[in-house]
Design a protein around this ligand. Structure first.
Ligand SMILES: Nc1ncnc2c1ncn2[C@@H]1O[C@H](COP(=O)(O)OP(=O)(O)OP(=O)(O)O)[C@@H](O)[C@H]1O
Ligand SMILES: [Mg+2]
Length: 141
C-alpha cells in the first residue's frame, strides 16, 4: 500500500460577509484539483458558505476581527474546519427545521448536514465554535 499524504491549507478571514466569496473560490479550486464533479463542488461551496456565515453572524467577537478556516486534503476526502472564537452555543439545542412549516432562519446547519458526508460541531459558550465537515469524492467522477 502506498503511503498517503495529508495536505493542509489555512485561511484567516475578516468577520465580514464580503469575504465569504474568497473562501468559496478557494474551496472550489481545491475541490476541482481533487477531481470532485461540478455538482459536488457546488454543494461544498454552499456548505462552507453557510459555516462561514454562521461564524460571522453568531461567532463574532468585538475584540477579534478574524476567524479561521482549514482545508485538509487526504486521498479522496476533503475536510473543512471553520473555527471562530465567538459566543458559542449549546449544540444540543440546534434543532432540525420543520420543512412542512418553514420559518426564517435555522436552516444553515441542516443544509450543511444534508450536503456533506460527515459533520461535527463542537462549541463552548463564551469561547467559540468549531464545525468540521467532510466530503468524499465518489467513484463516478
Ligand atoms: N459559529 C456559531 N457560533 C455560535 N452559534 C452558532 C454558530 N453556528 C450556529 N450557531 C447556532 O446554531 C443555530 C443554528 O444555525 P443555522 O445556521 O442552522 O441557522 P441560522 O444561522 O440561525 O439561520 P440561517 O443559517 O438559516 O440563516 C444558530 O441560530 C445559532 O444559535
Ligand atoms: Mg446559519
Amino acid at each position: 500500500m502506498s503511503k498517503s499524504i495529508t495536505d493542509y491549507i489555512k485561511l484567516s478571514i475578516p468577520n465580514k460577509p464580503e469575504y465569504v466569496s474568497v473562501v468559496r473560490l478557494t474551496v472550489a479550486a481545491i475541490a476541482n484539483r481533487m477531481g470532485f464533479n461540478v455538482e459536488d463542488i457546488e454543494d461544498i461551496k454552499i456548505a462552507i458558505a453557510e459555516a462561514c456565515t454562521n461564524a460571522i453572524t453568531h461567532g463574532k467577537k468585538e475584540d477579534k476581527n478574524n476567524f479561521d478556516i482549514e482545508f485538509i486534503v487526504k486521498d479522496d476526502k476533503l475536510t473543512m474546519v471553520v473555527c471562530d472564537s465567538g459566543r458559542g452555543c449549546i449544540t444540543d439545542e440546534i434543532s432540525v427545521p420543520n420543512l412542512n412549516d418553514p420559518k426564517e432562519g435555522g436552516l444553515g446547519i441542516f443544509i450543511i448536514k444534508s450536503l456533506m458526508d460527515e459533520v461535527e460541531i463542537t462549541s463552548n459558550l463564551g469561547k467559540g465554535t468549531i464545525i468540521r465537515m467532510s466530503k468524499n469524492r465518489g467513484d463516478d467522477n
